[in-house]
Design a protein around this ligand. Sequence first.
Ligand SMILES: Nc1nc2c(ncn2[C@@H]2O[C@H](COP(=O)(O)OP(=O)(O)OP(=O)(O)O)[C@@H](O)[C@H]2O)c(=O)[nH]1
Ligand SMILES: [Mg+2]
Length: 805
Amino acid sequence: MDSLLRKLWPAVSAIPENNDDEEIFSTDYSIAVEYGGPPVTYDIPQVIPVDISRIPVAAPVSSPSLLKNISLPVIQPIVKSRTSNQKSSTVESSVALVVDNGYESIPELSHGVGSSGALGYPGILDNSQVISTGSGVMEVPSDDKDGDGSQDYMNPTNSESTESCLSSRAHSSEIFSSREDDDNNEAPHHVKRPSIVTFRDPESADVIAQEECCPSENGRVTASPKVERNVKKGVCYRCLKGSRLTKKEVCIVCGAKYCHNCVLRAMGSMPEGRKCVTCIGVSIDEARRGMLGKYSTLLKRLLSDSEVKRIMEAEVFCQINQIPPELVFVNDEPLSQEELVLLQNSKNPPRNLRPGCYWYDRVSGFWGKEGQKPSQIISSQLNIGGDIKRNASNGNTNVLINSREITKEELWMLKVAGVPCEGNPHFWVSEDGSIQEEGQNNMRDRIWDKTRTKLVCAFFSLPVPPDLKNPSGVEANGVIPANLVQISLHKLLLVGYNKSGTCTIYKQATVLGDLEVISPAVACEYAPCVEELWKDAAIQATYNRRNELAMLPRAATYFLDRAVEISRADYEPNEMDILYAEGITSSNSLACMEFSFPKSTRDDLVEPEYQHDPSLRYQLIRLHPRSLGANCKWLDMFVDADILLFCVALTDYDEYSENGNGVLTNKMLGSKQLFESVVTHPTFHNKNVLLILNKFDLLEEKIGQAPLTRCEWFCDFNPFTTQNLHNRTNPSLAQRAFHYIAMKFKTLFLSLTARKLFVSLTTGLENDTVDEALRYAREIVMWEKEKPQSINEWSSTDIEASSTS
Ligand SMILES: Nc1nc2c(ncn2[C@@H]2O[C@H](COP(=O)(O)OP(=O)(O)OP(=O)(O)O)[C@@H](O)[C@H]2O)c(=O)[nH]1
Ligand SMILES: [Mg+2]
């Protein structure tokens, strides 16, 4: 209820910033490793068979612009040998075809053992075919009739025409052979194995892409090529030029990024969408599934609309890019192809389905990620997956719905719907929301019939039946009635020690031109709900005892008396309203505002899944530490927060605050203590935390006069030994101090939670820095949503934050 009331309060604003030079900040490639689930395990077969029919055939290249850019192919099998003194079952040699695409000079093969020689090829290609043969063991594919290590489709006699060669091979590559040398002649299973294939872009002498291959039962190559980042961050993976600011297109398989000049050369005609030619025929990286079909401005600049459309269609619909059914687990069982088709073609299929573990209540249609509350109500009665388990959503309420123990949020929803939940009942809920207690005959009202149920669902991000969002089934002018739309909010909870700057950050956010504050629209949407809520007897009884509510700001009563009037669309604040609003939102307990990120030029710098999405809304909730209550008990209210933003003033190290008993506490130690209490609170178990180190401008002024060692926690700070400042040649004392403090918090966080802490640097008085920090928070939230769940068959991707430059 408290959160409902909070929602009614007027909003204000905020800001953070981001230091992008340090690895600990926005661009932190180790994130993927840390959050990427259990180690990936692969079974590597002794020989990966070659099936020429699987080599993708590109659509005919009809476009002059494509022809101009992709030119002609060079296909290079590379033999990679490994020393035999590696552990048993290492790969002795492996061969891959690498396709180049130019008339340009033939690169040297600095990797791989072997000699190179020309291959026959018609006309212009005669001298541009290079094949290297290995001294290691090399399996000659059955198609290789001449035994030269190449497949004979490259032979002129097998080529129908130059153009068909171009269209089918300029964009294709295939692993055609590999062999393992195992002491026992037997490959051990479920061990992480060395990469068996090295792909190499002949023009990028320093860029190596490695692939871990796993042909699955259905013949699909579920390999996850990985690009070794032995190049400078931000540069193009082909020409090695540019910076993070250079617009780039990303391969949906291996994550290689190519600049404007190289993208078409590296990706060819893209018969399966945006993949390096060496990645064609390989399943996409599941962490990039969200990118499918979302093209970038870079592509649009290079190609015509129809070409972009064709590529995007291929990317979305081609077989190899579809979700592998065996990677979708429903109630602990992997789906078959038929079950996946059934699920995806049902009337209400899961949105954005990704490989992962889900639970499905086929009686009510509730659907969610394993261990989490329901996220959607999909079609019921689908015969897919196994039987639902009691602990499917990790509920701990002793209340069951259709044999599943429900979560705390669902219990609140039932209570608001007027369902008595005493005595650990087991309810049966059908698709239309009719609810019945087990062993009782009395069928209750449908839980969705009450407006307040929908309101609670919106607040706790619980799903409502799709029909409720549009009962008529017809969209009036394409617009769904606003008050019935379930709002999907990402909640950012901002907490910090006294005077750390949370209030300033919050206010910066509401004046910040980079955010679209959408509170007025929200107020209109919720007007009918507010009215119903305000009339509710329980609310009125609570409100009548407002003198006992220490957390309720006095000024709030001014507005709550007029809650209905204020929530109306035609409400206009008078001067008194504006004055009182200031009293609510300044430093008092709690304030929240909703916003979205408008499209920004910076979007072009990041991968599509992190770009502008107008349908996504964010809520910034600023909570004062004195509102946390004993043992931070009020943090329970924020169980649905997506991320915690913890603000620390960098200047606190030599400042003291006095408690009610006159005891002085070092503010940095006070901040540390609050940090420990908040991040170890069960509410934030497994939630991401972004540490905002604020007041950097003041630190720069102060650090010269007041050494950091004045705080006992920082007693070992030695500005001359602080490492890890990467390429920064001459960091200032303040920068060293900041880095040191960040590391202290990171180490502390790791010791408390065994997780990784994200860090951002702000000067709360500067808009840009707050904007950067909020965008960084968004990326962390999005990444968390996108990342595949704990299945071992693929690796998660890294993120490159938009805020880096
Ligand atoms: N120079 C500078 N001043 C800042 C910065 N951030 C906040 N301040 C100032 O620090 C003081 C405290 O900031 P608040 O935003 O009120 O801090 P708070 O976290 O809301 O703390 P409470 O007042 O206890 O609620 C204010 O005077 C701000 O103007 C910053 O980055 N640089
Ligand atoms: Mg304040």
